[in-house]
Structure formats: structure tokens, C-alpha cells
Design a protein around this ligand. Structure first.
Ligand code: SP5
Ligand code: ZN
Length: 320
């Protein structure tokens, strides 16, 4: 399996988020990506490849030009230690701009697009490993540690060559991704996530959100209660996988967040490390060309172990 990676992500290092107006530790850190990369390499589960550079116009397929240019110009104008909340083009106080934000966020999109390209070139499974994550970023806004919606950029690119299903298993609902494809029938969005009446992003991810116009029926949400068992989680996952099977896509974009893990400091749905093998295996059984897109996951010390189990399942290995 190719792991698409670039060290440029380390240039994005926000000093803090504002939680209820108070400065709070920023959990979306560089180590997240580094531990996953090291763990996968140590287990011989992949080899690292660097992304190619795509023109900025690829971002305009899902984001407005004004938003992209604002992010770029504002980010470049900042000083080294600035941690800036602009109050426009943002949905919450969890995604500050720093000097290195644009370059890192743009590189994340390059990594997603490079992974998508490899699916087009016949790869079966590719891991686009980057940060910052993307699924909370909407066409005109950043939020929830996200700036550009990498999954959406990749899905849009792939949709020119076939039908695309997006499966989002991050702890949080991917409000940005859902909204970007809400009125479309050629890209299916299916998400399993913590009940939004209790957890971020609060505003979307309810079961009655199913799409609009042409897109009616092409969004599926599975909100989960916070104390769900692994057994019930697996049943919900199987339902989501049946939705995808019925859609019969040519490509699967997998928004993979590991913040559903038991000891995640932000999320935490009670899922154990070995259970990620089962999740990966169930998805693998769809036999779809699959692009893994990194979303959340903040239990830095265990992310490597989780990623190993997940990739072993996705790679069709017989044993975890
Ligand atoms: C990509 C992703 O997983 N984004 C998640 C964004 C959720 N942020 C909201 C939670 C903020 C929790 N901060 C806790 C500080 C308590 N003092
Ligand atoms: Zn998340």
C-alpha cells in the first residue's frame, strides 16, 4: 500500500483553540501523523510516497475562490507566533490561522489528490496521510481543526471518472463534506458519528438529513449514542456498508478518524484497538478501490496501533 505523506504538515502548529472562550490545549498536533507513519512502516504495511503538486484551481472545485484566497493571504501575512481567529470564513473557534496553515492545508489537499490519482492508475488501496484534517471545512469556511476539505476535493476529482461513495467514520459528523455534496446524486455521503445533539458539530448529522433536490437519498447519517457497544456499532456499520453496496460506486473515499477510540481525549465511543481490524475488514469486503483520508484521532500514544489494525483489515489480511 502506498502511503502518501509530506513533512510540510509540521508547519501548521496552532498554539491553542478557544473552548468556551478560554484558551485550551490544541489536540490536533504533528505527532498524530508521525506515529501513524512510523507504525505502518515498522509493520511493513506500506511504503511512503511524496505527493505531486496540483494547481490551486483544484481547490476551487469545492471551495470558493474568495475563501481560498483569503486563507492564503491571511496565513502568509501572519507572524511566526500568531494564532489568529478571523471571525469570518469560520464556523467555530477550533481552527485558528497560523503562518504555516495555508501551506500545510494546501499540501494535505495535494496528498488527497495524489492518492485519488493512484486509484485512477489502478491501485486498490492508498493511504493519504496528512494533517490538518478536512471534513468540517465547508465551501466557504474553516472549523473543527479543518481548513480545506481533502475528502471532498478527492471525491470531486474522482467523480469525473465514476461514481463515488464517501464513508465517514470519524467520531464527529462531517458537516462540511455533507454540505458540499448535499444536492448531488453522483456522490454518496454516508456517516457514522456521535449523536450531534450531544457532541460537535451539533448542527448537523441527524438521521433526517438525507439530501436535497437531485441529492435526495444520497446522504445517510447514522448518529450513535455515546455508550454504544462494539456489537451495535458493527451492526450500524453493516447498514452503512449496505447503503454503499446499493449505490454501486466505482470508488470509495474513506474519511478515517480514529477519535472513536475508547481513550480518545476529544471523542471516545468505547471502541477498542483490535476492533479497528473488524472495521477495516468489513469495509474491505466491499471490494472497492479505496482511498483512506486521514481525519481526526487524538490519542497520540495509541494511534499507531489503531492504524495498524485498521490497515490490516482493509488490506484483507486474514489475521489482525
Ligand atoms: C477533525 C476533527 O476530529 N475535529 C474535531 C473538532 C472537535 N472540536 C471540538 C471539541 C473541543 C474540545 N476541547 C476541549 C477543551 C476542554 N478544556
Ligand atoms: Zn473527529
Amino acid at each position: 500500500m502506498n502511503i502518501i505523506y509530506s513533512a510540510i504538515h509540521t508547519q501548521h502548529r496552532p498554539a491553542y483553540e478557544l473552548y468556551d472562550g478560554v484558551r485550551s490545549v490544541y489536540p490536533e498536533v504533528s505527532e498524530r501523523i508521525e506515529v501513524i507513519k512510523s507504525a505502518l512502516l515498522a509493520e511493513n504495511l506500506g511504503k511512503v510516497m511524496h505527493p505531486r503538486r496540483f494547481p490551486v484551481s483544484y481547490l476551487y472545485t469545492v471551495h470558493s475562490k474568495q475563501y481560498v484566497e483569503f486563507l492564503k493571504n491571511k496565513s502568509f501575512s501572519l507572524s511566526k507566533d500568531d494564532n489568529f481567529f478571523p471571525s469570518y470564513f469560520m464556523t467555530d473557534t477550533y481552527a485558528p490561522l497560523t503562518k504555516g496553515t495555508y501551506i500545510a492545508a494546501k499540501e494535505a489537499a495535494n496528498i488527497a489528490l495524489t492518492g485519488a490519482d493512484q486509484l485512477l492508475n489502478g491501485q486498490r488501496l492508498v493511504y493519504s496521510l496528512f494533517r490538518p484534517p478536512g471534513h468540517h471545512a465547508d465551501s466557504h469556511s474553516m472549523g473543527g481543526y479543518c481548513y480545506f476539505n481533502n475528502a471532498a476535493v478527492a471525491a470531486e476529482y474522482l467523480s469525473k471518472r465514476g461514481r463515488v461513495a464517501i464513508l465517514d467514520i470519524d467520531f464527529h459528523h462531517g458537516n462540511g463534506t455533507q454540505h458540499i455534496f448535499y444536492d448531488r446524486s453522483d456522490v454518496l455521503y454516508v456517516s457514522l458519528h456521535a449523536d450531534p445533539s450531544k457532541k460537535y458539530p451539533y448542527i448537523s448529522g441527524f438521521a433526517n438529513e438525507t439530501g436535497i433536490g437531485e441529492g435526495r437519498g444520497f446522504t445517510k447519517n447514522y448518529p450513535l449514542s455515546l455508550d454504544i457497544s462494539e456489537e451495535l456499532y458493527f451492526k450500524k456499520l453493516q447498514k452503512a456498508l449496505i447503503d454503499i453496496q446499493q449505490f454501486a460506486p466505482n470508488f470509495l473515499v474513506l474519511s478515517a478518524g480514529f477519535d472513536t477510540y475508547l481513550h480518545d481525549p476529544i471523542g471516545g465511543l468505547g471502541l477498542s484497538i483490535p476492533f479497528y481490524y473488524n472495521i477495516g475488514k468489513a469495509i474491505q469486503e466491499l471490494h472497492l478501490k479505496t482511498l483512506i483520508i486521514q481525519e481526526g484521532g487524538y490519542a497520540v500514544e495509541d494511534l499507531g496501533k489503531i492504524a495498524i489494525k485498521f490497515v490490516k483489515g482493509l488490506g484483507g489480511e486474514e489475521n489482525e
